[in-house]
Design a protein around this ligand. Structure first.
Ligand code: MN
Length: 226
């Protein structure tokens, strides 16, 4: 009888949890799980390497003191420190980046499908903002001008941007609640997809004409997820 009740509880628990969608990284089940780059096994994240041969370097990177190269159409540069940079970040659910902006540099509207982002400014002044989902049929914009060491949060999945409106460079450090947050830059995804979305779809969606769509699709859409 006891076993039966236990089974029912397990089944109910399985039912209730199976309907939950985990949008953030799962919690680790051990101290750490350093990525084994030699493994061919595919899991959600990366396979752990054995404790033998594990070293402090697995949890370390350097060089973020160097400014990123902002000579590009948008005048900004992201240097991501994630699980691809630090193998020890595997399963730990965090990552970070240094972002450099030249004067008038823009980190264009984008989202991180797997992370909330929290950003601070080390140098200069940064205009930042995010747009809510369609709460009550309205997408609301929240913006702020960040001065040195001010902090701003971009909630998970929401479209956001950062713009250097000034005439001096800006340096920011940002943290993300995923080992691999992912970046979807809106313009790139919509107008720069490999195998383009049809003119008709885009013209209708953006209430424009196909000529404008063609012009946008012909642009070079820089990869911002570096
Ligand atoms: Mn971001």
């Amino acid at each position: 009888m006891k076993a039966k009740i236990h089974l029912i509880i397990v089944a109910l628990h399985a039912l209730s949890t199976s309907s939950v969608i985990w949008a953030s990284d799962p919690s680790p089940l051990q101290d750490f799980c350093v990525t084994d780059n030699n493994s061919k096994v595919l899991v959600n994240g990366f396979v752990c390497k054995s404790m033998d041969g594990m070293k402090a370097e697995d949890f370390f990177t350097y060089g973020l003191y160097k400014p990123g190269n902002t000579i590009n159409k948008l005048g900004f540069n992201v240097r991501a420190v994630n699980v691809n940079t630090i193998p020890g970040l595997n399963t730990l659910g965090v990552s970070m980046a240094r972002i450099d902006f030249s004067p008038r540099g823009l980190n264009p509207p984008h989202t991180h499908p797997r992370a909330t982002e929290i950003l601070t400014v080390l140098e200069g002044e940064l205009y930042v903002g995010f747009v809510t989902s369609n709460i009550g049929q309205t997408n609301r914009l929240f913006t702020k001008i960040l001065k040195k060491v001010d902090v701003f949060v971009f909630p998970q999945g929401l479209v956001h941007f950062q713009f250097n409106r000034g005439h001096t460079r800006v340096v920011a450090i940002t943290a993300l609640s995923s080992q691999n947050s992912g970046t979807i830059t809106i313009a790139n995804a919509v107008f720069g997809s490999k195998t383009p979305i049809s003119d008709e779809v885009l013209a209708k969606a953006f209430r424009g004409d196909q000529k404008t769509v063609d012009r946008l699709q012909a642009q070079f859409w820089m990869d911002n997820n570096n």
